[in-house]
Design a protein around this ligand. Structure first.
Ligand SMILES: NC(=O)c1ccc[n+]([C@@H]2O[C@H](COP(=O)([O-])OP(=O)(O)OC[C@H]3O[C@@H](n4cnc5c(N)ncnc54)[C@H](OP(=O)(O)O)[C@@H]3O)[C@@H](O)[C@H]2O)c1
Length: 268
């Protein structure tokens, strides 16, 4: 279902582009309903020429015409743009600024009617992300539906309470990096054990992709799927024994814990 409102992007970098591509592809907004600005003006103009969206001159034009305003610059730029943000009166301000709390967003955008904090992740670039969002007040049902439709441009959407944002960041925000590291490790091991390097990498990528697709699509718990690959005394059991001896689960827990602590620290 297309929305009748207008959406503007303050910043036209990687995250804004991923969202805009998803919004157009999913027909949530037509290109004419989407506007953007960038610091240089060049990235917004180039992207507008590529997609048919509108590149505007400045934030004043952007604010005056949007119902939804997406803050898609870097978090440290909040302070630089302090004066400009004071004039934001849009219906909904949607922030993708990593680690930036609602309290801070409300402080910088005091006139916005509602402020939403979101945390997308990088697979959103291909529409396979997962985005968490939270807001100070509970949203009216229509606004919630529209918001989730917008965020679905990046993949799955989950509403959470703000205190859970740190653990979400540690699992889903940083999670793709853990998986990329696992792919690299699997490929490296395959190569060391005799596979040609290119072949080792494509085998590792497809194995993770296939296993993730199966885990998502089958509805079975990953432990059930794991057991389906594992026969007593077989090759998988031999490999899994080594993972258990190396305390693989503890390692992953420590990884998530460290990322969560860092997220808490950075939010202060
Ligand atoms: N990338 C990710 O995977 C990811 C994941 C989660 C959250 N995020 C969040 O998404 C936000 C954007 O990240 P990104 O990777 O898209 O950054 P990026 O590629 O560096 O893009 C930042 C954009 O902001 C624009 N900008 C900077 N100052 C501006 C100003 N004064 N007025 C107008 N536009 C301005 C830049 O303009 P120019 O093009 O002219 O430089 C650029 O288009 C960050 O807050 C980040 O925390 C990103």
């Amino acid at each position: 279902m297309s929305l009748s409102s207008r959406i503007g992007f303050w910043g036209t970098g990687n995250m804004a582009k991923a969202m805009i591509r998803g919004l157009i592809a999913n027909e949530v907004f037509s290109a004419e309903q989407i506007s953007c600005i960038s610091k240089s003006g060049t990235s917004s103009q180039l992207f507008a020429a590529e997609t048919g969206i509108r590149s505007l001159k400045n934030h004043t034009e952007l604010i005056s015409e949007c119902d939804y305003l997406v803050l898609a610059f870097k978090p440290f730029q909040l302070e630089t743009l302090k004066a400009e943000l004071k004039s934001v009166t849009c219906k909904t301000v949607l922030s993708v600024l990593a680690g930036t709390k609602l309290e801070k967003l409300n402080h910088y955008c005091p006139k916005a009617q509602s402020v939403i904090r979101t945390m997308p992740n990088t697979p959103g670039r291909i529409g396979e992300g997962i985005t968490a969002y939270c807001s100070n007040a509970s949203l009216p049902e229509t606004e919630k539906t529209e918001l989730e439709q917008i965020l679905a441009s990046l993949g799955d959407v989950v509403a959470i309470n703000e205190p859970l944002m740190d653990v979400f960041t540690a699992v889903a925000g940083s999670g793709p990096a853990y998986v990329f590291e696992f792919i690299a490790a699997l490929a490296e091991a395959g190569e060391t054990e005799g596979l040609p390097p290119d072949m080792a990498l494509s085998i590792a990528k497809q194995t993770i992709f296939g296993a993730a697709a199966l885990a998502k699509g089958s509805g079975e718990h990953p432990e059930v799927l794991r057991d389906q690959v594992t026969s007593k005394g077989g090759t998988t059991a031999a490999g899994l024994d080594v993972m258990a001896e190396g305390k693989f689960r503890q390692l992953i827990h420590n990884t998530v814990k460290a990322a969560k602590s860092r997220s808490i620290e950075m939010g202060k």
